[in-house]
Design a binder for this molecule. Structure first.
Ligand SMILES: NC(=O)c1ccc[n+]([C@@H]2O[C@H](COP(=O)([O-])OP(=O)(O)OC[C@H]3O[C@@H](n4cnc5c(N)ncnc54)[C@H](O)[C@@H]3O)[C@@H](O)[C@H]2O)c1
Length: 274
């Protein structure tokens, strides 16, 4: 059974590895003997993570500064990774913008009618163009392996359902100034599901599987009122802890999921079944 969930010597490229969940994906890979390749636009986050992984798991990983929206950076890094390791076994398309919302006393910029097209372009560039470019280069490299490999895309429960905007309401604020979950989040996370289905068939003859997970929100110092409200929408009655997706990540990257391809797996405490 142990070998079923092994990632021993598998080279796994993880985008946005310096963030809250990317770091957990990297630890999960290293805990099963895999070699996480840590990509982030923020170099210091992946340099410290690489050091941490070496101390905790005895795995020598590398952190790279790569802006996944830039094709030349992705192409160059893919060649470098292949030069260092000789192969790439898996890719986790994890990076996305957490849409940044400006506020002022007269306008709320998260609202669709005020939403900045610049922010729209930037959110789509990281979440969708980035995932496409990484699939194009690292995914293609995976397709060259004799036994293929695995691509794991990180969508969201909000790739499956609309945001419940009542969760983001602030007391005493007029309707036209109420904050909302931005439109880009829904569009990026639904787009990731389309990319997953496309890739699941594209290199299937080369045994490259592609699946998506749709995590629910992670508890991360949100205000108590929000935590109480969102808990009422989730059958398990709480948000996730950041390490609760690690088992699924190991499963989908390893041979234990060898016949799972094109699956869109909700991991959301049951939120999307209500
Ligand atoms: N945290 C949650 O509650 C939650 C819930 C569901 C889904 N998700 C999804 O999980 C993934 C990770 O979320 P997170 O909470 O860890 O986010 P995060 O903001 O903590 O991390 C994202 C990382 O991506 C990096 N990044 C941003 N732009 C980049 C670029 N152009 N090139 C390379 N790296 C770039 C950032 O520097 C950051 O380290 C995202 O796709 C997110 O939508 C998160």
């Amino acid at each position: 059974m142990d070998s079923l969930f092994s990632l021993k010597d598998k080279v796994v490229v993880i985008t946005g590895a310096g963030g809250l969940l990317g770091r957990k994906h990297a630890e999960a890979v290293a805990s099963r003997g895999g070699i996480p390749v840590l990509l982030d636009v923020n170099l210091s986050s992946v340099t410290s993570l690489s050091k941490d992984i070496s101390e905790r798991f005895g795995i020598e990983s590398n952190g790279f500064q790569v802006d996944i929206t830039k094709e030349n950076e992705v192409e160059k890094n893919c060649s470098e990774v292949l030069k260092i390791y000789g192969k790439i076994d898996a890719l986790v398309n994890n990076a996305a913008n957490n849409p940044k919302i400006e506020e002022s006393s007269t306008k709320n910029f998260s609202r669709l009618e005020n939403f900045s097209t610049e922010v729209w372009m930037s959110d789509l560039a990281v979440g969708l163009t980035g995932a496409y470019l990484c699939s194009k280069y690292y995914g293609f490299a995976i397709s060259k392996n004799q036994n293929g490999g695995s691509i794991l895309n990180i969508s969201s429960d909000l790739g499956l359902i609309a945001p419940d905007q009542r969760l983001y309401r602030k007391k005493g604020v007029p309707d036209d100034l109420q904050p909302v979950k931005p439109v880009t989040y829904s569009v990026v996370k639904a787009g990731i599901i389309g990319l997953t289905r496309y890739l699941a068939t594209y290199w299937a003859d080369k045994n490259v599987r592609c699946n998506a997970i749709c995590p629910g929100g992670v508890e991360n110092q949100q205000n108590p009122e929000f935590l109480k409200e969102i808990a009422t929408r989730i059958p398990l009655g709480r948000m996730a802890q950041a390490d609760e997706y690690q088992g699924l990540v190991i499963f989908l990257l390893s041979d234990s999921s060898s016949y799972i391809n094109g699956s869109i797996i909700a991991a959301d405490g049951g939120r999307t079944v209500w």
